[in-house]
Design a binder for this molecule. Structure first.
Ligand code: UDP
Ligand code: MG
Length: 318
């Protein structure tokens, strides 16, 4: 096998405090890997500036000049979200013909010393190598538990997700070419890569604290990532709505029949007041929930039907 050209893909949103440090550290890793003939001289780092409001893009351009060829990048016209930034990184850097790609966060939370191990698995024939975090020590209580609940829910819904895989992952050029055939606008990468097939392998790593700056995720962006993951991979919630509707209809019918019988027997109506209010509230709540679930899928469909571009590139640093 020839020595592979590696592309490291880094999505960046407001990372001015860490990006330069991260790039320099990764270039050190590159240097070592090149010396050991693990990666080709043509290997490079590819940054995607995902609509940063700070100096991130200027710093990427500065590094592009300083380390000619080794640091490249694109700048989005606005924020498109981390999933699309990674996707754009894979697609747009493919013009430099890398053999494999590794996506990594800009804050160096994912252990960069494991890159060699990813490459080893690739050399041994794996086409997709998932980075799996050993624990969630660096996550807060809310993030840790909501993430675990999400993986559990996805499993119940029949979506096969590898637990504790963040987007630290190696994919080969064949995999990226295959990914081009998936036209959906909203891609949930962790799910998609699990579905593609190909030989898979795993690398286990420890998560470090963020090098600098703070997390770009809040409750709402995590919630939206989770809903997007569910609605783009499972129709079980819709089925649940149907079944629930069915059960509720039968129950209401039974309640209706008993009410009519009560009336015919001349029983007093007033004592039933509580039951009616409780039942109304309950059914009302379920209805709104179900309409909401259907709405989520409709929203997903709406976005896909428009088939707008997944991202817009404003500037390129070759
Ligand atoms: N990121 C991005 N676009 C966004 C949000 C985040 O490209 O809209 C990048 C961010 O710069 C970082 C990576 O995605 O490189 C992961 O984000 P972060 O470290 O904030 O997430 P956490 O590690 O807290 O899950
Ligand atoms: Mg992080």
């Amino acid at each position: 096998m020839r020595i592979p050209v590696l592309a490291i893909i880094i999505p960046c949103r407001d990372e001015e405090e860490s990006i330069e440090h991260t790039l320099k550290r990764l270039l050190e890793v590159f240097y070592e890997l090149k010396n050991n003939n693990k990666i080709s001289d043509k290997s490079f780092i590819f940054c995607i500036d995902d609509g940063s409001n700070d100096n991130t893009w200027d710093l990427i351009k500065k590094c592009n000049k300083e380390f000619q060829g080794s640091v490249k990048g694109i700048k989005f016209s606005r924020n498109f979200g981390n999933q699309r930034a990674i996707l754009a990184g894979l697609f747009e850097s493919s013009k430099y013909n890398p053999d494999c790609y590794i996506s990594l966060d800009a804050d160096l939370q994912q252990d960069e010393n494991k890159i060699a191990e990813f490459l080893e698995k690739y050399e041994n024939g794996a086409k997709i190598v998932f980075g799996i975090r050993n624990d969630r020590k660096t996550d807060g209580f809310f993030k840790k538990n909501s993430a675990l609940a999400f993986y559990k829910l996805m499993n119940i819904l029949g979506v096969n997700l590898k637990k504790n895989h963040s987007d630290y992952r190696l994919v080969s050029s064949e995999v990226v070419d295959t990914l081009r055939n998936f036209p959906e606008t909203n891609m949930f990468l962790r799910g998609i890569f699990n579905e593609l097939g190909f030989k898979k392998d795993y690398v286990y790593f420890d998560v470090k604290e963020r090098y600098a700056g703070k997390t770009k995720y809040n409750f709402f962006s995590l919630f939206s990532l989770a809903i997007n993951g569910i609605t783009s991979f499972s129709i079980v919630p819709l089925r649940f709505v149907t079944i629930l509707g069915f059960i509720m209809s039968i129950a209401s019918f039974a309640v209706g029949v008993s009410a009519v019988i009560d009336k015919l027997w001349g029983n007093s109506i007033v004592p039933g007041w509580t039951t009616i209010v409780v039942a109304l509230g309950f059914i009302g709540g379920i209805q709104i929930l179900c309409v909401g679930i259907i709405g989520e899928y409709l929203g997903q469909l709406f976005q896909e039907v428009k088939s707008r571009p997944r991202y817009i590139i404003e500037e390129t640093a070759n």
